[in-house]
Design a protein around this ligand. Sequence first.
Ligand code: M6R
Length: 600
Amino acid sequence: MCGIVGYNGALDAKEILLKGLEKLEYRGYDSAGIAVRNEEGVTVFKEKGRIADLRTAVDDDVTATIGIGHTRWATHGVPNKLNAHPHQSASGRFTLVHNGVIENYHLLQKAYLKGIQMQSDTDTEVIVQLVELFANEGLTTVEAFRKTLSLVHGSYALALLDKEDEDTIFVAKNKSPLLVGVGDGFNVVASDAMAMLQVTDQYIELRDKEVVLVHRDRVEITTLDGREIDRKPFKAELDASDIEKGTYPHYMLKEMDEQPGVVRKIIQEYSDVNGELAIDENILTALKEADRLYIIAAGTSYHAGLIGKQFFEKIAGIPVEVHISSEFGYNVPLLSEKPLFIFITQSGETADSRQVLVKIKEMGYPALTITNVPGSTLSREADYTLLLHAGPEIAVASTKAYVAQVAVLALAAYVTAQSTGKDIDFDLKQELAIAANGIQTMVDSKDELEQIAEDYLKIARNAFFIGRNLDYYVSLEGALKLKEISYIQAEGFAGGELKHGTIALIEEGTPVFALVSQEQVALNIRGNVKEVVARGANACIISMEGLEEEGDRLVIPKVHSLLTPLVTVVPLQLISYYAALHRRCDVDKPRNLAKSVTVE
Ligand code: M6R
């Protein structure tokens, strides 16, 4: 949530900052701003809305070679120009951008800043005012910055400019991601390497509570108490074309189309020299030694976790609990003797999941993170990582990462089962390849899926998704996709559960999407469809080959019964996409959301 960039070099900073912010817009997009410093001082440009709006507000005549920028997802204060970053201290000497939440900002304001007239409703402004307060008391800027950091509680990624210092961006982080990029004659700051790939692929990872001075020709990393740290840069393994839309109108469409390839890539990445599916030996040992797995995740990743539970229990015979990360902290279940915690997270930065990771590490338990982002916080802080290999996912609505999560969970469960000598009657590698083909058939059915969106959702105010067994979990995901990008109220339900209350909401024309891919419950879910149709519902049955009946609206290719979630989710993603398009919604950047949820 919120994206930060900074540039200190020889070129005009404005364009580099704006381009960087465009790449970070997935992190928040309700307002944006940049600040640049030249001999005349610091100039701030900010605007409510998107980077495109900010661009129109930026004065081309102001040139500068050092600057910072921010794209915001509002936490404190409504999304308007006043609350947009950068924020400035009372005299205008200091200018700051911030990603995170300062939990004690109100207390700090009362204790230190009584005489200062605040300009915004943000928690951020307290930081920049404190830096000025301490500088006015005689501290150097870096001392004032350190003193301020020692007082704040919460999460932050910060970049600060001092009008009186022509060659430094003051940088620090705690719990929020931030990288420093290094180049020849310039250095940069970015929440995500993607933002500055335009100028460098060399990045230095920053740790919590470090203070970093980014000069034009060098980077000084120190601990909060001033001890120097030497850290070498790493090469960001990102291909610039991975983060471009190419000829696609939306990232979401591109990412859905990439799904068959993602499954094939996973098969390849997790095959050993003999062509057998394999995972790292240490991870395998951790999985085998655990007497219970605790899957922790949020949103779409949580839905993948529910499916992962089925894999580990049914294929590997290991009991699993799945928990929503934001609830786990208050609701720690009675833990087994040898638990292994599995964090499923596309971004690897989700604050709700990270607070659970911190907690369980304090308790001394091992953790495995399944993520798409190597080097992300949850990957670094866990004992083990399994990568999703899905390539960057830019659209806020997760599609290919979900499919990758399901595939990697199946693979991990399968390899664990194989190595414990479990009786397995199928070849996962082959079945995943069949599923990849099934996904391909679905992404090739766009015309039909667009028509379904038109027929069922054009004027709908609400919609239901129902299924039983694995289809139920995919229904949850289908409902989340539809509501987050089209703003149609949608709910996913276990087919048998509707009659216990929710069926009261079914009226003439209510769209109900029913999944029928699980043979043992196919008749039951068809019974549930009859119940809603009898009450006026407009039912759309999506069944699997071999289980289809006359009147079903879409038939998906036959895949292994455990792998159906890889395929059944795809029509639901595409139906949501087209429903959102018909309503002229901003598919890639739905309102109120951000891709990376780095606040609790
Ligand atoms: O990065 P994570 O997978 O940890 O994110 C968790 C959720 O915020 C995320 O899955 C969210 O629900 C999706 N973007 C929805 O499409």
